[in-house]
Write a new protein. Structure first.
Length: 111
């Protein structure tokens, strides 16, 4: 590889987002098919679907769950998702899951 060739890789960039907005526009991917975070519709083609076929949610974000006992999603999976869904913003699963846990705790404790 020459110095002029780009060596691209995924890096986490921190951006403050409203987690309710993320959940309202999120598709959870398993590489080729996904599920809507709003209505839980499964079997959605992540490459072609711009909205949920069931509840008509517009997808703006995508995330993927780690497989098995892994703590993080394999970057190769993220790369394939990026190719299939260049119009969607990738959200790290751990960040999304943590944000949802905080929201649930606040609702439970009525804070």
């Amino acid at each position: 590889m020459t110095e002029k060739q780009n060596k691209k890789q995924f890096v986490r960039i921190w951006v403050e987002l409203d987690m309710n907005d993320v959940k309202e526009h999120l598709i959870i991917s398993d590489e080729s098919l996904g599920s809507c975070a709003v209505c839980r519709e499964v079997g959605i083609d992540i490459q072609t679907a711009k909205v949920c076929p069931s509840c008509k949610t517009e997808f703006r974000y995508v995330t993927a769950k780690p497989r098995g006992f892994q703590k993080e999603v394999d970057p190769k999976i993220l790369a394939r998702i990026r190719v299939k869904c260049p119009h969607l913003t990738i959200v790290d699963w751990a960040d999304y899951d943590h944000g949802q846990g905080k929201t649930s705790a606040r609702e439970f404790l009525k804070l």
